[in-house]
Design a protein around this ligand. Structure first.
Ligand code: ATP
Ligand code: MG
Length: 198
């Protein structure tokens, strides 16, 4: 198999929004990635899932969002594996399944700053490099990170998208519109299934 450069977008995607998609598309273009694979976590290590929305529903929203981009794929490997979703386990599984691919982990600035707390970060940083994008309100402080992490993070510019899933859930709960903050197909899915409503 041809060597492919694959970006990995991990997250809870509760729900997926245009910030995730623009980050992935920016990384794909600027870092010459062949594809970006979106991997919804089953149980994220450092935060809680929103009750009432299943992993299957988060995965289905990701599938809806990626429909129009043939370079984007949704993978349900963390949902299938269950338990706490450690990126290290996921990357090892992917490298085992696809030994000829090179993987790049795409992460926003909030996650860059907490990289030292990631499970088995030293081993993970040996296996992948990170493509970092800045999120409004979360300045990246690379100097605060250990040298072995700094050496593995490449920062790329991306348009500032001040959107989070937390803000989207809050808006829906408050009866406010989230149209255009999520792709149309995700918006329809959320409405059809009454997700995040009060
Ligand atoms: P929540 O508010 O529930 O934490 P979120 O918007 O942060 O949701 P996640 O699923 O936690 O979304 O994030 C997945 C990945 O996407 C993380 O690496 C995060 O930093 C990145 N990301 C999320 N929103 C943006 C954004 N607006 N711009 C750039 N990166 C983002
Ligand atoms: Mg988050």
């Amino acid at each position: 198999m041809r060597v492919s450069r694959i970006g990995i977008m991990g997250g809870t995607f509760d729900p997926i929004h245009i910030g995730h998609l623009i980050a992935a598309e920016t990384a794909r273009e600027q870092c010459d990635l062949h594809e970006v694979w979106f991997i919804p976590s089953y149980a994220p290590p450092l935060k809680a899932n929103e009750p009432g929305v299943s992993g299957q529903q988060r995965y289905e929203m990701v599938c809806e969002a990626l429909e129009s981009n043939s370079a984007f794929r949704a993978l349900d490997i963390e949902l299938q594996r269950g338990g706490v979703s450690y990126s290290y386990d996921t990357i090892m599984e992917l490298k085992h399944r696809y030994p000829d691919h090179t993987f790049f982990y795409i992460i926003g600035s909030d996650r860059i700053n907490d990289l030292p707390q990631w499970h088995q970060i030293e081993q993970l940083a040996n296996q992948v490099s990170f493509i970092g994008v800045e999120r409004p309100g979360d300045p990246i402080n690379l100097d605060a990170l250990p040298a072995f992490i700094q050496a593995r993070v490449q920062l790329i510019p991306m348009p500032a998208i001040p959107i989070s899933s937390t803000a989207i859930r809050g808006k829906v709960k408050a009866g406010k519109s989230v149209q255009y903050l999520v792709p149309d197909r995700v918006y329809s899915y959320m409405r059809r299934n009454s997700l995040y409503e009060a």
